[in-house]
Design a protein around this ligand. Structure first.
Ligand code: LMR
Length: 328
């Protein structure tokens, strides 16, 4: 009797196991660094919702916002190892793979959101995406955030001279180093999750980011002055591990591609809307806000010319020309 029982138990177990394997979902870990209510955070959550609905549970998406799983540098290293399957770092952070990704940091290069979309959805995006292929990284889409602006705790920044001696947190990269050096200031690169404390403790005087990041990270609590400059861009590439992507069942991959196209459209709308809303919130927060005039911008363009002199070749004249064409 005991024998027959144990046989039946083990048969059940084998069946259960088979069942588990057959119904085991494909898990996509999606790591990012911004707040859940940022344009990227909302898009990541929408991606999860739509993918899980449309694959009937075949795919499970685990979203880790706010650097909970990895900061950007780590995520970029981990993606080719498949410990994470989706990331959406700011394009600047990909400088560790190729200097051309700093094109977004060339001062006052892109003049509108539309130009940025045109560039990344067109030849510019293709050229840059190809640079990641040999690293087992595939570009799935460009997600937007927006123009960057300066904040600091010391004084209103209206003219290039006002930057002298100040320390600014940057994402990474030599182009941003030079941008601040050209203004007589210095750049301190650090991960996004460390910025609030660095501003609070005065390790750095200021930083540059989009209205929405400034707002959702609470920088208004630790920064007095906001200069609306739009001097550079902060946008994202949605990236996956090529090998992981290529072995997905075809129907799953097709569904994911459809969802990404839909989410990307919504994500870009959110980036525009949420940045507008965040700007209003920042104005109401008690920060002292200065919008650069046309003349001010000309002075900054002149002061930042060394960035073009030093980096246009390593970014690539072809890419810079494509960006300018996208502005037309
Ligand atoms: C930053 O580090 O400032 C940005 O890359 C954060 C982000 O992802 O928007």
């Amino acid at each position: 009797c005991s024998n027959s029982q144990s046989t039946s138990t083990s048969t059940n177990k084998t069946e259960e196991k088979k069942e588990e394997v057959a119904s085991e979902p494909i898990v996509i870990k999606f790591s990012h660094v911004t707040a859940p209510d940022s344009p990227k955070g909302k898009a990541a959550d929408l991606f999860k919702q739509l993918v899980e609905e449309r694959t009937n549970g075949k795919v499970k998406v685990e979203v880790y916002p706010s650097s909970q799983l990895f900061d950007d540098d780590k995520a970029i290293q981990e993606l080719p190892r498949n410990t994470v399957q989706l990331i959406a770092p700011s394009t600047t952070k990909l400088v560790s793979y190729d200097p051309a990704f700093q094109i977004v940091d060339m001062p006052f290069l892109f003049t509108s959101d539309e130009a940025v979309y045109k560039f990344w959805d067109g030849e510019g995006g293709q050229i840059l995406s190809q640079k990641l292929e040999k690293y087992n990284i595939k570009v799935l889409a460009m997600w937007a955030n927006g123009e960057k602006h300066f904040t600091n705790s010391k004084r209103p920044l209206k003219k290039p001279e006002d930057f002298k001696g100040l320390k600014f947190r940057t994402q990474t990269g030599k182009v941003l180093d030079e941008q601040f050096a050209a203004l007589g200031a210095s750049a301190v690169p650090m991960g996004f999750s460390e910025v609030y404390v660095a501003l609070q403790q005065g390790t750095v005087d200021g930083q540059e980011n989009t209205f929405n990041n400034i707002d959702t990270q609470g920088y208004a609590e630790v920064q007095k002055y906001l200069t609306v400059s739009g001097h550079g861009r902060l946008d994202y590439l949605l990236l996956t591990n090529t090998k992981f992507w290529d072995i997905l069942p075809e129907d799953v991959r097709k569904t994911l591609e459809e969802v990404i196209a839909e989410v990307t459209e919504q994500q870009r709308k959110w980036s525009e809307e949420l940045n507008r809303e965040s700007y209003e919130k920042l104005k109401a927060s008690g920060m002292e806000v200065y919008e650069l005039t046309k003349e001010d911008i000309e002075a900054f363009q002149k002061a930042m010319q060394p960035v073009y002199d030093k980096f246009a070749d390593s970014i690539g004249q072809d890419l810079i020309e494509l960006a300018k064409k996208a502005n037309e």
